[in-house]
Design a protein around this ligand. Structure first.
Ligand code: 5AD
Ligand code: SF4
Length: 472
């Protein structure tokens, strides 16, 4: 195996875990008079969902089947998110709800992993106040699940694996994907940007790119398995390739994936505007399989706030990218993340964000009230605006978003658009749900046999959450 400057986990370390996995398989086979069941739930972003699919892959190798509720499971794993306080509260609520279950069935094993566990104060809290939790492991220790599970199953004390680390790349872990039509494909891990509000660089380590040959191999396998939509994942895909042995960037990777034969589409997230190049926009234009949709989180429309966030771009630079993309890519749409109420943000600065939203006309916004994260720079800034006031601003923003959305949805009426049919619709029996290239929901009447294929739908009416039409 060619070693790159990126820290790929040595094959021997993974082999050791495979041996533990085999031992767990034998142990659970003897211990339970039924095939053991696991309930795995991942909170947070797609990167975390992708980690959850690896956890399930490892558990399947260890002989576990999967249930859809903790009540019937022999092992519960919560893969946690630390991005905002309410994400953490939700996890603590769910873990608290397991206490009576553990009391009824002391043999139930409970594991917590993911971003929250990578924070020292959280791990300490679990240690002290949640004695019924059996396994605690951070993002860097994910691949050691077989060893931790084996130790605990064979009677050792509670297992904590929380070392801080710049992180490595673990190739070759088994994956049990949640869907059969859409797949997540991580191309890089970690983050080096240190936006002042964000916990991610502290819990997911330094930025590191997978080797292109590993990414391409996985992409080809996905296409062969019949996946129709591949989402390339990374905290900042636009800086893909830094530190690799051979010169490589995200545009080149996109081109090579686009060249894989087959009918499928490519999405990617997340793009940091500071690293979004005109070359990348040209690549999106030129690559037929790459969706004409860019998730380009701006966070704020005020240059002062952007600087305080350490974002390394101005509103003017951001708008230049948007204008260039609009000129180059017919029908391009954008989505963004927005933080409302960053420490010290004034109402006037918030209004600048509203103005930017109206200028860009995003097709979707993911909006968050600022949440202080211990250890980040912004958490120590004065934050005088009360929470109630920030909620008012957020409602104002959501009204503007809703108007833009309404307008965009109405504009689709009469058009025939290409849709990936991805499941049964919410409207009722006979209805199928699909997504447009811009990720808008389309509901249409069609036989269920079309699920998993691309179809053309003539749009006839629009509501705020979806547009409706018939198969052409
Ligand atoms: N408070 C609120 N929102 C946050 N995000 C990240 N950190 C915080 C925080 N501390 C948002 C950003 C990011 C998205 C994934 O979550 O908008 O793009
Ligand atoms: Fe994803 Fe960030 Fe939440 Fe971790 S903290 S799960 S990286 S959103």
């Amino acid at each position: 195996m060619i070693e790159t400057k990126q820290a790929v986990l040595p094959a021997a370390a993974l082999q050791r875990q495979r041996e533990y996995a085999e031992k767990v398989r034998e142990l659970v086979c003897r211990r339970y008079n039924h095939p053991p069941l696991a309930y795995v739930h991942s909170f947070g972003c797609q990167q975390n969902q992708s980690d959850g699919e690896k956890i399930k892959g490892m558990l399947a190798e260890m002989g576990y089947g999967f249930g859809d509720a903790p009540e019937t499971a022999d092992l519960v794993i919560y893969n946690t998110c630390a991005v905002r306080e309410n994400a953490e509260d939700r996890v603590f609520g769910n873990v608290g709800a397991l206490k009576p279950l553990k009391k009824q069935r002391p043999e139930l094993l409970i594991g917590l992993c993911g971003c929250m566990m990578q924070q020292e104060q959280v791990a300490e809290k679990i240690k002290k106040s949640y004695p019924y939790v059996d396994l605690v492991f951070g993002t860097h220790a994910l691949y050691t699940l077989p060893e931790l599970l084996y130790n605990r199953l064979s009677g050792e004390k509670r297992q904590f694996s929380l070392e801080d680390s710049p992180g490595s790349i673990v190739e070759g872990l088994p994956v049990r994907r949640d869907g059969t039509i859409k797949a997540n494909l991580p191309i890089m891990y970690g983050c080096d940007n240190f936006c002042t509000y964000c916990i991610v660089p502290y819990v997911r380590g330094r930025e590191r790119s997978r080797r292109p040959e590993d990414v391409l191999k996985e992409a080809r396998e996905l296409v062969e398995q019949g996946y129709k939509e591949i989402t390339l994942l990374g905290q900042n895909v636009n800086s893909y390739g830094k530190g690799l042995d051979e010169p490589m960037d995200f545009s080149e990777l996109l081109r090579q994936i686009n060249d894989i034969p087959g009918e499928f589409i490519i999405r990617f997230m997340t793009s940091h505007p500071k690293d979004c190049t005109l070359k990348l926009i040209d690549t999106i234009r030129d690559c037929q399989k790459v969706c004409n949709h860019i998730h380009l989180p701006v966070q704020s429309g005020s240059n002062r706030v952007l600087q305080a966030m350490n974002r390394h771009y101005t509103v003017e630079e951001y708008l230049h990218l948007i204008e260039y993309a609009k000129a180059q890519i017919p029908g391009v749409t954008f989505s963004s993340d927005i933080i409302v109420g960053f420490p010290g943000e004034t109402y006037e600065e918030f209004l600048q964000t509203l103005k930017l939203i109206q200028q860009v006309e995003y097709s979707a916004l993911y909006t968050f009230i600022y949440s202080p994260r211990q250890g980040t720079k912004a958490a120590s800034l004065p934050d005088p605006v009360p929470e109630g006031e920030k909620s008012k601003w957020l409602r104002e923003l959501l009204d503007v978003e809703s108007q833009i959305r309404n307008h965009q949805q109405q504009a689709l009426v009469g058009q025939t658009i290409r849709v990936l049919a991805d499941g049964e619709g919410r409207t009722g029996p006979g209805w199928i749900s699909g997504r447009t290239i811009s990720n808008d929901i389309v509901e249409f009447t069609a036989p269920t046999s079309c699920i998993g294929s691309f179809v053309n739908v003539k749009i006839e009416r629009a509501l705020n959450w979806a547009v409706f039409g018939t198969l052409v």
